[in-house]
Write a protein that binds this ligand. Structure first.
Ligand SMILES: [Zn+2]
Length: 317
């Protein structure tokens, strides 16, 4: 991050987390002081508040206990897993997308509806499942349900909620209109994020092709000087717009890939398509939540457009 970018962040406190070390991806949280205390955008995983947030706030002469509002961008464990740890030491209110409240409040629901949505193509091993539950931590009740166009009024500025509904069904971006900062969290994914210490990238994740595209186009129309993603460095206006265009270009490429794959194979399984996307479209490590989800998203889209049809048969025993 350049000194100029740092200046544009103003009084936002940028918090580096342990996630890079534990899971191979950089993860940044952001806190903004205001009269009532501190607003924290996203809470990391179950261990992030005590492992990473407390120390960084102390450097900025603030306390974890000062946090009075937590805004979760979406219901993935690296963005809301820290809620219970924060609820244990603060009186913070929790605000999150209305469309994902159930996922935010119930680990079993989010795991079964997200990770286990396509069991014929992908299943968590018992070890992966318990690791995931550990990242999620205990759940807390969401106090404020956020919808598109909502404003969070603070003494230090007005934050606008933009529902992008791309990377996850209710995903929101937060626009700091005064400082012209656009917090996009996980929604602007380009062609994926490199996973440290491996030759792989984490593939983009989305469930509905049309919604993902339209959310990205909305972000493209927002006036910002800095685009701030969760898993990487902030980008200036030009770089941010470019990253949004790269994200849209990836969807076009994936669409073309799926269409070609269907033409070559005539009949396919979701798992085979995910495997192909995960090895040929990019170094995405084969079959995983991301590749199965985008394979499914494009097949659903082609089905709704009448380009492909589905068939069922008994599984091989
Ligand atoms: Zn996410």
């Amino acid at each position: 991050m350049t000194a100029g970018d740092e200046r544009l962040l103003g009084d936002w406190i940028r918090i580096e987390t342990e996630y890079l070390e534990s899971c191979g991806l950089p993860l940044w949280l952001h806190a903004l002081p205001h009269d009532g205390g501190l607003v924290l955008l996203d809470s990391g995983t179950s261990i992030t508040p005590e492992t990473s947030v407390r120390g960084r706030l102390a450097e900025a002469r603030r306390r974890l206990e000062d946090i009075d509002l937590v805004v979760n961008s979406h219901a993935h464990p690296d963005h809301m897993g820290g809620n219970a740890a924060l609820a244990a030491v603060t009186n913070a209110a929790f605000a999150a997308p209305a469309a994902e409240a159930e996922w935010l409040e119930d680990n079993e629901t989010v795991i079964s509806e997200l990770w286990e949505a396509n069991p014929d193509a992908y299943r968590l091993t018992p070890g992966e499942r318990s690791e995931l539950v550990g990242l999620f931590g205990d759940r807390v009740r969401i106090d404020r349900l956020l919808r598109d166009g909502d404003h969070l009024e603070l003494s230090s500025g007005m934050l606008r909620v933009i529902t992008t509904s791309g990377h996850s069904p209710g995903h929101i971006a937060v626009h700091d209109q005064d400082r012209k900062l656009l917090f996009t969290f996980d929604d602007v994914q380009a062609a994926g994020v490199p996973i440290a210490g491996t030759p792989h990238k984490l593939a983009p994740l989305y469930h509905d092709v049309r919604r993902y595209r339209s959310g990205l186009r909305r972000l493209h129309d927002v006036e910002f000087e800095l685009l701030v993603p969760s898993h990487g460095d902030p980008l200036d206006a030009e770089g941010g717009q470019e990253r949004i265009r790269e994200s849209l270009a990836f969807v076009d490429l994936a669409e073309e890939f799926v269409h070609d794959y269907m033409q070559r194979h005539r009949e396919i399984t979701l798992r085979d398509l995910a495997e192909a996307l995960g090895t040929q479209l990019g170094p995405y490590d084969g079959v995983n939540l991301q590749t199965v989800s985008i394979a499914r998203a494009h097949l659903d889209d082609l089905t709704r457009r009448g380009v492909v049809t589905t068939r069922w048969r008994l599984a091989d025993s």
